[in-house]
Ligand binder design. Structure first.
Ligand code: C2E
Ligand code: CA
Ligand code: CA
Length: 356
């Protein structure tokens, strides 16, 4: 079986691998000269992707050689996504396929748990959209959300995401799962949509979820455009009872002083502030300052991108309210989340007894 690469670049005449050892193995030859329109970003992504494929291939070969079983290479890479730059080459097709993805039921939501850092209890989940493309496999939202935004598809897609997340939440409630916060990402384009508030109101009525438990995450980039219109919309959402969080805080243009006038309740500290948190590092000072000042503004602080125990411990000593990250839990499919909820009930959902 040959790897089924579907991007134009991968439609090479020569097979990358044969399916048995006695056949000749012909490496694919891809020259960047054949890709005159490719951007540097595309070339970089392509190299990254091919490196991942080759590493995976090497691991397969090694294990097959050890067991002397016939070699069959399965190129699907469920955890890794295809290079984002595929879109650079065939943006038009990509956008068209994205518009069909909703109708074809190719989008779904994963949910990443958020933990109360004082008690260790589950405080919420963030819904994260995924696209399972029929040929390309899993595509990262970091790659398709920008295209959805450019093409305006984010509006229907955003409503689908909100409705689906709220329906799911309602189902959890009907199963008797203790309430927690449901965080849904909202694109800046959605914030500018005049139908946003009425549609969200109707989703709340339709799914009967308590708006106190719904939080919308929006990046601080809204502050550079028409800020008064944005504040008016956020205020209307707040009047519905919904909570508002500033996502990726610290990477954009806002300052803590500008936050005091916004109808927001939560700050999500960007992952970059958690990198390299050694005692002498300035990141630790910045992190502590954000948490303290955020608290003075009566905001809840959540740190995202917690990847190790050291980061978690520092955040706990700094009185950060909540945490989210691979160390606590990766984003989970629905089935894995049901299992997670059972672990939460038993109090065994955390990697170690960090909160005892
Ligand atoms: P985000 O809103 O900042 O979401 C957090 C991202 O960080 C997610 O990536 C999540 O899987 C990842 N993450 C969580 N914990 C860790 C960690 O410990 N380490 C690292 N390295 N990463 C971690 P994902 O799911 O690929 O989403 C990427 C971005 O795509 C999101 O960033 C958000 O901007 C956008 N996005 C995802 N879902 C939606 C959606 O439903 N609507 C909109 N408008 N945007 C979405
Ligand atoms: Ca987010
Ligand atoms: Ca974020």
């Amino acid at each position: 079986m040959y790897p089924q690469f579907s991007s134009p670049v991968f439609r090479s005449q020569s097979p990358i691998l044969s399916n048995s050892f006695d056949q000749e193995m012909t490496p694919a030859l891809i020259s960047f000269n054949q890709l005159p329109q490719a951007t540097d970003r595309f070339k970089f992504s392509l190299l990254q992707y091919l490196t991942t494929v080759l590493l995976k291939l090497a691991r397969h070969l090694e294990s097959r050689l050890r067991s002397m079983t016939p070699f069959v290479f399965e190129p699907n890479l469920p955890e890794e996504s295809l290079p984002g730059a595929i879109a650079d080459l065939s943006n038009h097709n990509f956008a068209k396929e994205l518009s069909q993805a909703l109708e074809r039921d190719e989008l779904f939501l994963d949910y990443q748990p958020q933990i109360d850092l004082e008690t260790g209890k589950l405080s919420g989940v963030e819904s994260l959209v995924r696209w399972h493309h029929p040929r390309l496999g899993r595509i990262s939202p970091a790659d398709f959300i920008p295209i959805a935004e450019e093409t305006g598809l984010i509006i229907p897609m955003g409503y689908w995401i909100l409705r689906r997340a709220c329906q799911q939440y309602q189902q959890w409630q009907s199963l008797g799962i203790a309430p927690f916060k449901l965080s849904v990402n909202l694109s800046l384009c959605q914030l500018k949509d005049p139908n946003l508030v009425p549609v969200i109101r109707s989703i709340l009525i339709e799914t009967e979820i308590n708006p106190d438990y719904l939080e919308l995450e929006i990046t601080e980039s809204f502050m550079v455009s028409d800020i008064s219109a944005a504040i008016a919309t956020l205020t209307e959402l707040r009047e519905l009872g919904i909570q508002i969080a500033i996502d990726d805080f610290g990477t954009g243009y806002s300052s803590l002083s500008s936050l005091k006038n916004l109808p927001i309740q939560t700050l999500k500290i960007d992952k970059s502030f958690l990198d390299d948190l050694s005692a002498t590092n300035k990141n630790q000072v910045i992190l502590q300052s954000i948490i303290e000042l955020g608290h003075r503004l009566k905001l809840q602080i959540i740190a995202e991108g917690i990847e190790n125990e050291g980061q978690l411990k520092i955040l706990k000593t700094m009185n950060c309210d909540c945490g989210q990250g691979y160390f606590l839990s990766r984003p989970l499919h629905l089935e894995a989340l049901s299992h997670y909820f059972r672990q939460v009930k038993l109090g065994i959902h955390l990697p170690q007894l960090l909160f005892s």
